[in-house]
Design a protein around this ligand. Structure first.
Ligand SMILES: [Zn+2]
Length: 392
C-alpha cells in the first residue's frame, strides 16, 4: 500500500526548497542566483512554498545598522511536518518521533525481548500510541514512518533476516493502514550511513560500519546511498575471514560477522566468564578493570574487524569510515587500535571515526528517508541541527 504523501511534486519547487535548506537563511535574489531560475519564477515558487508552510519569511522590517531594511530572508519551516522511525533489532525496538529535519520530539525504547513476527507489530503499536499522544499539531502532520531492518531489504520486502524471523513478513500494509501514512523499510546499516551523511559529515564519500548482531556497511558515493542490485551491497559481515570456519546463517563458513560482531564478542566473553547476560556496559567495565579475557577478546575483535575494513576500504576508497558499535564507543582506545592496523597505501588515508549519532543513527537516517520522499529532494542534508541537543 503506497499512500504517497509527497509534499513537493514539481522539480523547480524542489530545487528552490533544497537551496533554502542548504543555505539555512537566504534571500529570494540569492535563491535566484543559486538555482539559475529567474526572479519572477523564484517569487512565484516561494509564494507557494510559504502558503503551503514549507518555507517561512524571517527578518521582515528589521533595519540594519547602516540604515535601510534588511532583505527578507527565507528559511525552511521544519516544524510543518513529522516523521517516526523504528529501529528493529533482534532483541530491541527503538523509536523516535521528530520534526522532518530530525529535531527530536520524543523517543522510546523496548529492550531485552527477542523480536519475532508474533510480537513486532504490538511492540511498534505500543510505541506509536505513546508518540501519538506527544505529537504536536502541524500543517502536514505525520508524513511517513520508516522501519530499520537488520537484514536485507529489497523492493519494499524483507528478503533475508539472519537473526530474527521477519523474512517476507509484511510490516508495511498494517502500519500504513492503521496510521494512514507512507511506510518505508530499509536496511539498518544503509539508514545509518544516510544519517551520518545528512547530519555528521562534510564528505560525499563515506562508509558507515554497523557492528551489532551482524556487521553491515552502508555505502554513500557522491552523496548517494548504494544498495546494489538486490539490496545486498555492503554485506561485509558475510565476506570470508576463514574459509573453513564457523557456519553462518547465510550458508557460508567463516564469515567475518561470526568472529567480529558484538553478539559474538558478548557470547564468547559470557562463555569465558560464565556470565549469562553480557552487553557493552558490562564488557567495557571488565575491559577498563583490566580483566584478561576482555582485553584479549577486544584485541581479537580489532584484528578481525580491521581485516574486514581493509577489504571494504580498498574496494570503495571512502574519505571517512564511521564505526557504529556500542563497544567501540565505550572503549575509544579500540578505535585508535583499529586505525593503527590500517596502514597500507590503500587504507592509510581513510579517516576512521566513532559515529557521532551513535545508536540513534538509524533513527536519524530513517527521518532522512521520509524527508527525501516527502520533500522530493534526492540529495538532502540538514546541517542546522545541534546534535548534542538532539541525541539523548
Ligand atoms: Zn555469512
Amino acid at each position: 500500500m503506497i499512500i504517497n504523501k509527497m509534499g513537493i511534486r514539481e522539480q523547480n519547487e524542489a530545487a528552490v526548497l533544497k537551496t533554502i535548506i542548504d543555505n539555512e537563511l537566504v534571500s529570494r535574489a540569492e535563491v535566484s542566483n543559486l538555482t539559475n531560475l529567474n526572479k519572477a519564477s523564484v517569487s512565484q515558487i516561494t509564494k507557494k512554498l510559504i502558503e503551503t508552510d514549507f518555507v517561512r519569511e524571517v527578518g521582515i522590517g528589521d533595519s540594519t545598522s547602516i540604515g535601510g531594511r534588511k532583505p527578507i530572508q527565507l528559511q525552511f519551516n521544519h516544524l510543518s511536518s513529522l516523521a517516526v522511525t523504528f529501529d528493529i533489532g533482534y532483541n530491541y525496538v527503538r523509536g523516535m518521533l521528530s520534526y522532518i529535519n530530525g529535531e527530536m520530539i520524543a523517543s522510546a525504547n523496548h529492550s531485552n525481548e527477542l523480536i519475532t513476527k508474533e510480537n513486532v507489530l504490538a511492540t511498534i503499536d505500543a510505541m506509536m500510541k505513546k508518540f501519538w499522544s506527544q505529537m504536536p499539531k502541524t500543517p502536514h502532520g505525520l508524513v511517513g514512518i520508516c522501519l530499520a531492518i537488520h537484514g536485507i531489504v529489497h523492493n519494499r520486502t524483507i528478503a533475508f533476516t539472519p537473526y530474527y524471523d521477519l523474512e517476507n513478513f509484511d510490516l508495511i500494509t498494517p502500519l500504513s493502514q492503521k496510521y494512514n501514512t507512507d511506510v518505508y523499510i530499509e536496511n539498518e546499516a544503509n539508514l545509518t550511513a544516510l544519517g551520518e551523511y545528512c547530519f555528521s559529515s562534510d564528505s560525499v564519500n563515506l562508509l558507515s560500519v554497523s557492528v551489532h548482531s551482524g556487521i553491515g556497511v552502508g555505502i554513500v558515493v557522491n552523496g548517494q546511498l548504494q544498495t546494489g542490485t538486490h539490496g545486498m551491497a555492503g554485506e561485509v559481515g558475510h565476506s570470508t575471514l576463514f574459509p573453513h570456519g564457523n557456519l553462518c546463517p547465510c550458508g557460508n563458513r567463516g564469515c567475518l560477522e561470526q568472529y567480529a560482531s558484538n553478539k559474538v564478542l558478548f557470547d564468547t566473553y559470557g562463555q569465558y566468564t560464565k556470565t549469562n547476560v553480557v552487553n557493552s556496559d558490562i564488557f567495557a567495565e571488565a575491559y577498563h578493570a583490566g580483566e584478561k579475557a576482555a582485553i584479549e577478546l577486544a584485541r581479537q575483535n580489532v584484528e578481525f574487524l580491521s581485516i574486514g575494513l581493509n577489504n571494504v576500504i580498498t574496494f570503495s576508497d571512502p574519505e571517512e569510515v564511521y564505526i557504529n558499535s556500542s563497544v567501540y564507543r565505550k572503549i575509544p582506545s579500540l578505535l585508535i587500535a583499529l586505525q593503527q592496523k590500517l596502514t597500507s597505501q590503500f587504507t592509510k588515508n581513510a579517516k576512521i571515526k566513532n559515529s557521532p549519532l551513535g545508536d540513534q543513527a538509524p533513527l536519524f537516517g530513517g527521518t532522512v528517508l521520509v524527508a527525501k520522499h516527502f520533500l522530493n529532494i534526492n540529495d538532502l542534508r540538514f546541517t542546522s541541527i545541534d546534535l548534542s541537543k538532539a541525541i539523548h
